[in-house]
Unconditional design. Structure first.
Length: 380
């Protein structure tokens, strides 16, 4: 593919996928998500009232006559060794305790990547020790912070390979690796593993390039995995990065998202749950809905442009309270596969900004954006 500009308006880009399809009506959002019928009709009033919000994410799911069930999502813990930083450890421990206390208990846990901060085996082992407190089944997808010190070797020994899939109570779950396929910029420059990891750990670094992607082999696997699945049955796809183009200069996207969405487009009941952005996000591309999860470590600010119009931003976090802006989320699906997401933020009763100036998007109006040099160098 030829290189192209990355500073397109994602709302315009999204229209390339499908302007006619909508998520299946069985996925209607309840008032707990601040999404009303007006949104499903596409009215301006409805869009203004949207609200979503996550962190460890608990989900109740049911399809047809299948029994409802819960599962939990946790991601972006970004653990340092205990002698460097205990705050992130404390928040991860708190999340695990709250998942463990769920009643009824979660059927399983999805860990959505960035367990470690710099891929250090000490960090990964620390995370694994904390997660051992949960005796439920656990499934893992990696983040870039887990991968690029040793190219995923430690991660895969500890938690297994991706992609993976399993069916549970009428729902097909799919875990993809969107972080392990960066173009090799390090060999020619003779970088050490730590130098490579340092570039991958930088939000807006100019060396690493557009690393987030699914890749040909995984896309072929995905096509085969969904080929025999009924078009109206629920699919839940877990990725570390969002399956759309939010803000490429921060790698808030997956570079081959168009090809992935073409595979998923025939299905009327698709939910993508992703981490990485550390903030409340909600988007729709055709019949697929994307829900962004918060981190337990810290909240990222919203990007200077491209925040999906269906997102109702969260209130700015208090920098003096390291438990603010993080937390977890509860999601539910009713008997028809209806998904409901209730965000829970630690330390706050109100999580959604009622005024733009109170949100993380208020500073974006006058910013001038320039794609990173690396985004012009690498074809994708």
């Amino acid at each position: 593919m030829e290189p192209r500009e990355v500073d397109l308006d994602p709302r315009q880009v999204a229209m390339e996928i499908d302007t006619g399809g909508r998520p299946d009506g069985s996925l209607a959002i309840t008032r707990r998500l601040f999404i009303n019928k007006a949104i499903l009709a596409g009215t301006a009033a409805g869009v203004a009232s949207v609200g979503w919000f996550p962190v460890i994410n608990t989900l109740d799911l049911a399809f047809g006559q299948q029994a409802a069930f819960k599962f939990a999502w946790l991601s972006d813990t970004h653990l340092y060794p205990k002698d460097v930083n205990t705050r992130f450890v404390d928040k991860t421990v708190r999340a695990v305790k709250e998942i463990k206390a769920m009643s009824p208990p979660a059927d399983f846990l999805i860990f959505g990547g960035d367990l470690a901060q710099l891929g250090d085996p000490v960090e990964i082992d620390l995370g694994a020790d904390i997660l051992k407190e949960l005796t439920i089944k656990k499934h893992f997808i990696p983040g870039e912070h887990d991968w690029y010190l040793d190219m995923g070797a430690k991660w895969e020994r500890m938690f297994g390979k991706t992609p993976w899939t399993f069916d549970h109570n009428g729902v097909r779950f799919i875990g993809l690796n969107t972080v392990g396929f960066a173009p090799d910029y390090w060999s020619a420059k003779k970088m050490s593993p730590k130098e490579r990891m340092g570039h991958m750990a930088t939000l807006d670094g100019s060396v690493a390039g557009p690393w987030a992607g699914v890749g040909d082999e995984q896309r072929q696997w995905l096509q085969q995995t969904v080929s025999g699945w009924a078009k109206d049955r629920p699919l839940v796809v877990f990725t570390h990065t969002p399956l759309y183009e939010y803000y490429p200069p921060w790698n808030f996207w997956t570079r081959d998202w168009r090809e992935v969405n073409e595979i998923l487009k025939p299905f009327s009941n698709v939910t993508n749950i992703h981490g990485h952005t550390h903030q409340v996000l909600y988007n729709e591309l055709g019949s697929m809905r994307s829900i962004g999860m918060l981190a337990t470590s810290w909240p990222w600010p919203y990007a200077p442009q491209g925040v999906p119009p269906l997102t109702k931003p969260m209130i700015r976090a208090d920098p003096g309270d390291h438990f603010d802006g993080v937390g977890y989320s509860k999601l539910t699906a009713g008997a028809a596969g209806r998904i409901e997401n209730e965000y829970v933020m630690w330390g706050r009763k109100e999580v959604f900004a009622e005024s733009v100036v109170d949100s993380g998007t208020a500073d974006n109006v006058n910013q001038i954006l320039h794609p990173r040099i690396a985004d012009r160098m690498w074809p994708y």
